[in-house]
Design a protein around this ligand. Structure first.
Ligand SMILES: [Zn+2]
Ligand SMILES: [Zn+2]
Length: 266
């Protein structure tokens, strides 16, 4: 009964030879979800051993290139591979226009039904659900409409404690978001900057490692993963150590690494 997230990219918008843009693959009991889809995500999925054909749904946080530029190529490859089952995509309403352009004007022919769910980025709502889990939107504070996502197992009759994962990127620190994800087991929070560049974080709608750690503390999170790093930081230990002074259970979301949440009996 796996509940684990694999980091496909931990960089931010500028291209880098060591980091890829945002994308996470979440496996909840062998159901696969993709969260954000930066450039090159399909290759990253293959490298991580996750078949793109297995993806049940894609969740997009906001319309910035480093979170969506991999989506159309991924869809084109799925069509080439003859995918038949529906692909569900959730994201801010403007994403639908982009999908429409590629499927109508550009002539991308899909072999599968595309089901788009627009997310009101100002609301905390149940946006997706199946027999074993729920996905909730979590409003973020960024330069454009942006939503985070909270993935939560449903109550299990077998008697295990429901596990949860929250993805908060891109955003300035939000006390409201911390409240909405209270008690989350694993929290991914962007930390584009170190606290010495706090002014840049504010100016660009991002967070520092210190601010991310304070949100993890406020949310009562079990573990904090940091990512979406600016290319200016070569040594990520600095970022990790900065956050650990406030929230010791902090880890760098290293690309290719899988972070699992173990099953705990009640
Ligand atoms: Zn970004
Ligand atoms: Zn952004």
């Amino acid at each position: 009964m796996r509940f684990e997230v694999t980091i496909l990219g931990n960089g931010s918008a500028s291209p880098s030879v060591t980091r890829h843009p945002s994308a996470h693959a979440l496996n909840v009991r062998e159901q696969f979800f993709l969260i954000d889809c930066g450039e090159g995500t399909q290759e990253r999925l293959l490298r991580a051993g996750v078949s793109p054909l297995k993806l049940n749904a894609v969740f997009i946080s906001h319309i910035h290139g480093d979170h969506i530029f991999g989506l159309i190529p991924l869809m084109a490859s799925l069509a080439m591979a003859g995918k038949q089952t529906p692909l569900q995509i959730s994201g801010p309403p403007a994403l639908e226009r982009l999908l429409d352009f590629f499927t109508r004007d550009f002539g991308l022919q899909l072999s599968f039904p595309l089901q788009f769910t627009p997310i009101d980025t100002t609301k905390h709502r149940l946006v997706h659900e199946n027999t074993s889990m729920e996905v909730w939107s979590v409003p973020l504070r960024h330069r454009v409409p942006a939503t985070g996502y909270l993935f939560r197992e449903k109550q299990d009759p077998v008697g295990t404690i429901p596990r949860s994962y929250a993805y908060l990127s891109d955003t300035m620190p939000s006390a409201k978001a911390a409240e909405l994800i209270q008690g989350v087991d694993l929290l991914y929070h962007e930390a584009t900057f170190a606290d010495t560049e706090r002014h840049l974080a504010r100016k660009t709608g991002h967070s520092t490692a210190t601010q991310a750690a304070k949100i993890a503390l406020k949310a009562g999170a079990g573990k904090l993963l940091l990512g979406h790093f600016s290319t200016r930081y070569k040594d990520l230990e600095l970022i990790q150590n900065e956050a650990r002074t406030i929230f010791p259970e902090t880890y760098i979301a290293t690309e290719g690494t899988t972070f699992g949440i173990p099953v705990v009996k009640k």
